[in-house]
Design a protein around this ligand. Sequence first.
Ligand SMILES: Nc1ncnc2c1ncn2[C@@H]1O[C@H](COP(=O)(O)OP(=O)(O)OP(=O)(O)O)[C@@H](O)[C@H]1O
Ligand SMILES: [Mg+2]
Length: 361
Amino acid sequence: MIQKIKLTNFRNFREKLFSFSPKTTVIIGDNATGKTNILESLFLISTGKSFHAHLEEEMIKNSEDIARVKGRVTSDESMNLEVILTRGRIEVGDDKFEKTPRKKLLVNGVSRRLIDFAGNFKVALFGPWDMDLVTGSPSGRRGFLDTVLSGVDWEYRRAILSYEKGLRQRNRLLWQIREYPSAGSGRMRLIFWNQLLIKNGDYISQKRQELIDFFNNNEPMTMHAKVGMNYKLSYDKSVISEARLEQYRDEEVAAATTLVGPHRDDFVFLIGESRKTRDLSRFGSRGEQRMAILWLKLCELAFVEAKTSEKPTLLLDDIFSELDHDHRAIVMEIVNNQQTLITTADPHFVENFKVSEKIKL
Ligand SMILES: Nc1ncnc2c1ncn2[C@@H]1O[C@H](COP(=O)(O)OP(=O)(O)OP(=O)(O)O)[C@@H](O)[C@H]1O
Ligand SMILES: [Mg+2]
């Protein structure tokens, strides 16, 4: 649970302290007042990453050198989580600069690696951009799986970091083999990277499979009863193995890129009863797609709770404009089950909520 957060030179905020209720806090503000930015700062101390910045330094207030986000969270005990961002250097005197790390992550003032920082404070975030999960690119869907699993599983965070690093190295090596075929040593080195990718890739696929199985078998009752709709995910797994890498070897060298493995995974949303399911991205109405996202987020909450016995803080960014009356009612029910922060530009949407705290921007 988050008690308070202090933002310094973060996005549009120079210096600002926000306190949150253990129940529901509504953040009300006109467009461009910083509602999404507050949720981004909470996501940042939860995961160590932004959910939408291309470059992390975009989060630093324009023409400033350092941004700080410091949050006080409680689960079993209280903890201070802090993220410090720089542009890689800070001015120390007239035209004198000192090199600085671009990102520092601290728990109770002690510097931590990303894998040890992430997951100390758990959030589930839901915003209008999530609608892209159904119809958007596979990388967005993989990102969803990674965010959920990384939040609850230290080993998954390690496997992902190791896999991504290995993938870059292996792709560079494939390029070298293509460009300098006579050098010879490349093929031996390839075996090393193959093994590293297979080992981590297996773990990643296995955990993604477990997550998807959980979602398919633990449909939250509220959602099911309310919408009477049957959603499922179908995992489109890109298996990585010795045999598969062998099979694609020549193509991989020609393309100088790794063609199989979890970085090529995807999943599709299916709707309907088991024998006649339809692909939601092609045959679903916009409304059915929205509901599917709500279903997905409910499953995410249930999954995190099952894995950690902790209820994540629910962050809802401006979702009411996307939902009709019945689906707003479903959201209103969920909101009472854990700490929730809701942003909206239109206070009418939240009139019927039991709101414990209001923040006006
Ligand atoms: N690095 C930055 N430095 C200064 N201002 C920034 C920075 N990044 C974003 N902003 C500004 O912060 C403001 C608030 O953005 P934010 O997306 O949080 O608004 P919002 O309240 O969610 O608005 P909406 O209701 O339109 O979604 C915007 O005007 C944006 O241009
Ligand atoms: Mg916004």
